[in-house]
Design a protein. Structure first.
Length: 112
């Protein structure tokens, strides 16, 4: 087994939780979320995140057109895939912000 070193990486909090209301074609408002699908804790390796919607189409088919609308509003910046945080994205209290949308950035450990 390969030994990995860990380092801290940053990502937008919208990669762990994002919720928005989408108005459907019939005028009904649906709640779309990007959040934890299963798993108890981010420290557990079997955590998986993904989108859900409160509409009947998602309930019966596992997908719907509202998810595409939600994804166009969600930032999803990931520092492990893109450049690291710049000094001007750190708030006065030391909390980093997402350089793309200004939401809070959350840390995670990655193996390198």
């Amino acid at each position: 087994m390969v030994d990995l070193n860990t380092q801290v990486a940053w990502m937008c909090e919208t990669n762990t939780f994002f919720e928005t209301k989408i108005t459907g074609s019939s005028g009904t408002e649906h709640t779309t979320k990007f959040s934890m699908l299963f798993g108890r804790d981010a420290a557990i390796q079997n955590v998986q995140y993904g989108p859900t919607c409160s509409c009947p189409g998602f309930k019966y088919y596992g997908g719907c057109k509202h998810l595409a609308q939600m994804e166009s509003k969600r930032c999803g910046w990931n520092g492990t895939l893109e450049p690291t945080l710049k000094p001007d994205t750190i708030t006065e209290c030391g909390r980093p912000l997402c350089p793309e949308c200004g939401a809070n950035a959350v840390s995670l450990y990655v193996g390198v």
